[in-house]
Structure formats: C-alpha cells, structure tokens
Design a protein around this ligand. Structure first.
Ligand SMILES: NC(=O)c1ccc[n+]([C@@H]2O[C@H](COP(=O)([O-])OP(=O)(O)OC[C@H]3O[C@@H](n4cnc5c(N)ncnc54)[C@H](OP(=O)(O)O)[C@@H]3O)[C@@H](O)[C@H]2O)c1
Length: 195
C-alpha cells in the first residue's frame, strides 16, 4: 500500500484552522480522486464534520475514520459517501451496531486502533493508495508507515493549536524533497519518506 500524508499548516506547523487557498483545495480534491481511500482521526470529524469528497473532480475514494471508541455521531457528514469506521475491541457493542447501519465497521486493536493491522486488512480489500489528511495525532501515528508527505504552508504564524506532529516520535524521520509548488501565497512541499 502507498500511503501519502497531506496537510495544510501555518509556518509554525499549526494545522488547526483553515490554511488552503482555492488552488490548494483543487490540488487536494485531485489527490483525493487519485486515492482509493482518505483517512482522518475521530477528533477531526468531531471538530470539523468534513465530507472529504472530491467535489466532482473524479472517483470518490472510500472515507476511513480512526475511532477506537466508536464515538462518531450518527449524522456525521462523512456518511454521505462510502465509509469505513475502524474501532478497537473496547468500542461499545451497541454503538458498533448503530454505526453498522451507516458504514462498514472494522474492529482492529485492543485499546487504540492498531494501524499496522488495519493497513494490512485494508490492502486485502483492494485499498492500495491511501491519503491521510489528519489531524495531528493520527498523522504522528502514521508517519512511520507513510511513503510520502505533502505539506502546504500558509503565510501565517498561529502560535497555538493542534500541531502537525502531536507526540514524540520514537526516532527522527528522514525525508527527501522531490517537488516544490507555489500556489499564490501557499508553498507546497512534497517529500518521499526515506526508509
Ligand atoms: N490542516 C489540515 O490539513 C488538517 C486536516 C485534518 C485535520 N486538521 C485539524 O486537526 C485537528 C484534530 O487533530 P487531533 O490531533 O486533535 O485529532 P485526530 O488526529 O483527528 O484524531 C485523533 C484521535 O484518533 C483516535 N485514534 C485511535 N487510534 C489511534 C491511533 N493508533 N493513533 C492515533 N490516533 C488514534 C484517538 O481517539 P480515540 O482514542 O477516541 O480513538 C485520537 O485521539 C482539528 O483541529 C482539525 O481541524 C487539520
């Protein structure tokens, strides 16, 4: 499976807020359309309630939410297209039954969703190109599994809010810069992850 992390952030790496401009959103929609699935953490759903669609740019990828305790609201906008909710064994059975009416539910991991096991299960179902959009907690957990990191940097310094990296990594991650785009005021940096 090829995993791309894509994120828009301020110059000081805050990701909480709106940083993309029109051209960058177009780039994001096209990247979604080229992906088999787009993944976010549950806090992003609870805070932003996104649909994560391609806005008719192309094929609509499957949406995946990492949600150990199955807290996703029944009326979340993400359910408007095909969705998978990944939960842990700790998720309440009645919540799982409720959400199964709206989405596929994968139980994976004891307390938190086991992301390595989930990636294996997803690739067995034909998901070969995965885009991870955030937030910071999920991005940090996925950095060790990612092949590509794309960041769109907006000309803002926020000083507080959720960060691109939200917890300490076991080891530094080395990247190789492969492309730089200038989309008006936004600079997009594309890196391969060196393994
Ligand atoms: N600028 C951008 O491009 C962009 C994109 C997306 C989101 N965001 C922003 O990011 C913010 C939310 O980020 P966040 O860091 O608070 O939360 P998040 O990454 O959206 O969600 C994190 C949650 O996912 C669940 N989770 C389950 N298993 C996990 C695992 N193995 N590793 C990591 N997470 C796991 C945990 O909740 P449970 O324990 O309940 O499962 C965890 O608290 C929002 O403000 C949103 O606007 C920005």
């Amino acid at each position: 499976m090829h995993i791309t992390i894509n994120c828009a952030k301020s110059l000081d790496s805050i990701i909480e807020g709106r940083f993309s401009n029109e051209k960058d959103w177009k780039r994001v929609y096209e990247l979604r359309a080229k992906s088999d699935a787009v993944m976010v953490g549950i806090n992003t759903i609870l805070k932003d309630n996104p649909r994560l669609t391609t806005h008719n740019t192309g094929n609509e990828p499957v949406k995946i939410v990492i949600d150990s305790r199955c807290r996703i609201p029944k009326d979340a906008r993400i359910f408007q297209t095909k969705t998978i909710i990944a939960v842990s064994e700790n998720a309440p059975k009645e919540r799982i039954a409720e959400i199964k009416k709206r989405a596929k539910v994968i139980v994976c991991g004891r307390d938190k969703v086991d992301l390595c096991a989930l990636m294996k299960e997803l690739s067995e179902t034909g998901i070969n190109k995965l885009m991870v959009e955030g937030g910071g907690t999920l991005i940090t957990s996925m950095l060790g599994l990612a092949d590509e990191v794309i960041v769109a940097i907006a000309p803002q310094i926020m000083s507080k809010g959720v960060c691109f990296v939200e917890k300490e990594l076991d080891a530094p991650i080395e990247l190789k810069l492969k492309d730089v785009l200038k989309l008006d005021e936004i600079v997009v940096l594309k890196y391969d992850v060196l393994k």
